[in-house]
Ligand binder design. Structure first.
Ligand code: SF4
Length: 593
């Protein structure tokens, strides 16, 4: 019997229809995963179910039947009672979801059913914190969110969601901001709690691995509509998918077997949802589109038990052909010349201990060494806080080196003053994780690219505009990009701009700090393809910081695994990913879902 039945749900907000005729059901104890790119309508569907749509948003059609109640007609007081006790939601970013001025104990107690004594509330908060795996719950309940690590904050948010004993837990990208080990722990925690409490799960993700790991049933959303639903688990896999969009998403995922090959990125973008559609919404991006696709919206066709798809190809016998597999290509061999040499690099910070005048020395990077040749990619992997980012900041001259040396293009750059470092700054450039916060929103793209060239005196002033035009072409952006502001671009386009900015000063080493972790799988494929192309053309040496081991397998020649500031294992990518020797590396790989 269904706990939640969503029938033909449509949502309108500010002239846009982000959800258009979505139907699905979730049985008691079942786990349903909504999968799709950003802007496909997944989160809006969840917000419509909880009636927490942003201001101006409203449900224009459809029924939401939850535990026997018609939610779209329920007064707000009834919805308030239901949120928490009937259904609860956890979000992607616990940092912004938890109240920073309340202890986590107070926040969890707020979500408990009313009527119990303070002592009973305290006991229940401690029990919940213990249940979600927070150590020392008796003392931790007095902690403020800033005193908890990322994983602990997410656990606290899960405890808060469980406080009302919900029948349905809605989890919106709950592990996107976490590293691979924490992701595995949090997903396992959610699975265990759902199983033990016979709780249903509606999970939203753009990550196929998460969908595979968590779902009994997957619904793939595209441009506000479900385009395919299929059961997974019990011997059935997402590999049974039929819809060209689902297959393209699967083919865009990088891995070791596709190393050096072009990933099958989906061309174009999700269409704007403020227009009427006359045919299939995926038609402009679909390599299988044929005559009926542009003019007639495809209807649902059942392909098997629980498997249904919305695609005209089902009416054409044998018309389906799997998307081309990524064409195997030889991995670019690294060059001979060493462009970056790191020797016994050590970075320490002084931290206050909380006692009067008390200080302690934190060794963030503890004597790491590696060489990097032109056209070579070294992946630095490890959990959050292992020292990867501090190490590259030291290489870039952004953090003082305590001990050891950094030699860039044959020149020792560690230990230099800001002024002495300036002429060497162009040798190594960085692309950051978040393309939304790494570009100045007040500057046009052309000025952003020009700024670095002028500051570091790259090219003659008269030739810089032509150099910018050629850079934009190289990273696959139209020429008028130079006259626009960052907010006029999508996440993937902004990351291309960030790459162009780094390349504008002609570096020998490009450092990429989680450059695709904020991007959808199809956009990630485009950016990884671009990085491989640029390395091939420019002979760039790359340091790739990531917790995405699939991207490591695809892109890197060598891997260095970091733990507590040290490199604990290093070697050729295939060796590390298939025959890890260090228990920590083995643990990291075991955590990959
Ligand atoms: Fe492609 Fe046509 Fe199927 Fe849409 S209906 S996914 S355009 S084949």
């Amino acid at each position: 019997m269904s706990l939640l039945n969503v029938d033909n749900l449509s949502v309108r907000i500010g002239g846009v229809t982000p959800v258009d005729g979505v139907s699905f059901s979730i049985d008691a104890g079942e786990s349903f995963v909504l999968l799709g790119e950003s802007g496909s309508g997944k989160s809006m569907t969840a917000l419509a179910i909880t009636r927490l749509l942003p201001s101006g948003g409203h449900i224009t059609a459809g029924d939401i039947l939850f535990d026997g109640q018609q939610l779209q007609f329920l007064p707000e007081s009834g919805m308030r009672r239901l949120r928490g006790s009937g259904m609860a939601m956890i979000f992607q970013e616990p940092q912004t979801s938890l109240n920073p001025v309340m202890t986590i104990g107070e926040q969890i107690a707020e979500a408990l059913p009313p009527g119990s004594s303070r002592a009973a509330q305290r006991a229940e908060v401690i029990r919940l914190l213990d249940e979600v795996g927070i150590p020392n719950p008796q003392t931790r309940l007095h902690s403020y969110p800033f005193e908890l690590s990322g994983g602990q904050k997410q656990r606290a948010m899960i405890a808060q969601a469980l406080a009302g004993q919900p029948k349905l837990l809605i989890a919106d990208e709950p592990t996107t901001a976490l590293d691979v080990t924490l992701q595995a722990q949090i997903l396992e925690l959610i699975r265990r709690l759902a199983r033990e409490r016979a709780m249903s799960l509606l999970m939203i993700t753009h990550d196929l691995g998460v969908a595979r790991h968590m779902a009994d049933k997957v619904g793939i959303m595209y441009a506000g509509q479900l385009v395919e639903t299929l059961p997974v688990g019990k011997g059935r896999g997402i590999e049974q998918a039929f819809h060209p969009y689902t297959l393209k998403l699967m083919d865009a995922v990088p891995n070791l077997n596709r190393a050096g090959a072009r990933l099958a990125a989906i061309p174009g973008r999700v269409p704007p949802l403020d227009q009427p559609f006359h045919g299939c919404r995926f038609a402009d991006r679909c390599e299988h589109a044929f005559s009926p696709c542009a003019g007639t919206p495809p209807a649902w066709t059942a392909l098997g038990q629980g498997h249904a798809v919305r695609c005209h190809l089902t009416a054409v016998s044998d018309a389906r052909s799997k998307p081309e597999k990524a064409v195997a290509a030889t991995v670019i061999p690294p060059g001979q010349e060493t462009v970056l040499k790191v020797r016994d690099l050590e970075v320490t910070f002084i931290q206050r201990t909380g006692q009067l005048f008390g200080k302690q020395r934190i060794r963030a990077v503890d004597g790491i060494s590696f060489d990097l040749a032109g056209s070579e990619t070294l992946a630095l992997v490890g959990e959050s806080g292992c020292g990867k980012t501090t190490a590259v900041k030291a290489i870039l001259g952004l953090t003082p080196v305590t001990h050891g040396e950094v030699i860039l293009d044959g020149q020792r750059v560690s230990g230099l003053s800001e002024r002495q470092f300036k002429p060497h700054r162009k040798l190594a450039q960085i692309v950051f994780q978040d393309p939304y916060s790494s570009l100045n929103p007040r500057m046009r793209v052309g000025d952003i690219l020009m700024e670095g060239m002028s500051a570091l005196d790259v090219d003659a002033p008269s030739s810089r505009e032509a150099a910018i035009a050629s850079l934009l072409e190289k990273v696959g952006l139209p020429q008028d990009t130079a006259f626009k502001y960052p907010h006029e671009f999508s996440g993937g386009q902004r990351q291309r701009i960030a790459i162009a900015r780094a390349l504008a000063v002609k570096p020998r080493v490009l450092i990429c700090d989680e450059p695709t972790s904020a991007l959808d799988v199809s956009v990630q494929a485009q950016i990884l393809n671009l990085l491989v192309d640029l390395q091939r053309e420019e002979g760039l040496a790359m340091v790739f910081i990531t917790h995405n081991l699939a991207a490591v397998g695809y892109l890197a020649h060598r891997v260095a695994v970091m733990k507590e500031g040290k490199i604990v294992e290093t070697g050729a990518t295939r060796d590390i990913l298939t025959r890890p020797q260090h228990p920590y590396t083995q643990g990291l790989l075991a955590a990959v879902i």
